[in-house]
Ligand binder design. Structure first.
Ligand code: FE2
Length: 259
């Protein structure tokens, strides 16, 4: 389908980019809500101070996003966050936005690393969904979790739907489209990290993202915003010929309305 719509250069299997446009292809408002970011200060490797948080939110807003669901890491060995400190950090952030007259609706969920602690939270039914019953999960960059099939089954048996964060970044899946189709068939939604398509995480990740996008396998698009470098790259990406392709992709972000 994309080949009929877009021009010149074949970048990857089935995906054709429009030309680079120095005037930009609009902004990110077509996505509406960002659903993956690290904007609560001082609790993970994202924003470290309230001023960082405010600056990143202002950058999101200036690029067209109208709201965000921010997703601090919960990874027991590194970021032992919990519902309480995340909601309390969110409240402080909302207060700071209010004091500065910044109207940007924001809620909090989490990006859960799949480990034993996650399985305990799952069994207790204490997960914070991004939307409805959908929980954002990430896995090791080194290897697929042991019995990942069973884990996906258990998540769904507890009434949740998994959204796998940035599947294009797991190198052990590269070149194996069947693995991605299998994840979808096992009930997993897949979330593109926006900057993967801009080459931010390297060429192999970019190619994997292009393959997933052209196969129509993504449901969500998230910034995974941690710091100003991400904001600068998201801004620069607006000139990229991939933008028209993204603007035609029916991401579920658009159905999330925060007020
Ligand atoms: Fe993340």
């Amino acid at each position: 389908m994309f080949s009929k719509l877009f021009g010149k250069k074949k970048e990857s299997s089935g995906l054709r980019y429009a030309p680079h446009n120095p005037n930009g292809y609009g902004n990110w408002s077509f996505l509406g809500t960002d659903m993956h970011s690290h904007l609560i200060p001082g609790i993970d490797d994202g924003a470290q101070t309230i001023e960082d948080s405010i600056m990143l939110i202002q950058r999101l807003q200036s690029m067209g996003y109208h709201s965000a669901i921010t997703t601090p890491h919960i990874k027991y060995d590194h970021y032992p966050n919990n519902n309480y400190n995340i909601q309390s950090g969110l409240h402080g952030l909302q207060q700071a936005l209010h004091e500065r007259n910044i109207n940007f609706p924001i809620r909090a969920a989490a990006e859960y690393y799949i480990d034993d602690h996650f399985m305990q939270l799952l069994e207790a039914g204490e997960l914070m969904p991004v939307v409805d019953n959908q929980v954002l999960v990430e896995i090791s960059f080194m290897f697929e979790p042991v019995r990942f099939d069973d884990i996906l089954f258990r998540i769904q048996a507890k009434g949740y739907k998994p959204i796998l964060a940035h599947p294009e970044r797991y190198a052990y899946y590269h070149g194996n489209m069947q693995a991605y189709h299998d994840l979808r068939n096992k009930g997993c939604y897949l979330q593109l990290n926006t900057l993967s398509l801009f080459g931010y995480y390297g060429g192999a990740v970019k190619r994997a993202a292009e393959d997933l996008l052209s196969a129509g396998l993504y449901q969500y698009c998230g910034t995974d915003m941690h710091h100003i470098k991400h904001a600068d790259n998201l801004q620069a990406m607006l000139q990229s010929g991939v933008m028209p392709v993204l603007q035609q992709t029916p991401f579920l972000n658009t159905s999330m309305q925060l007020v």
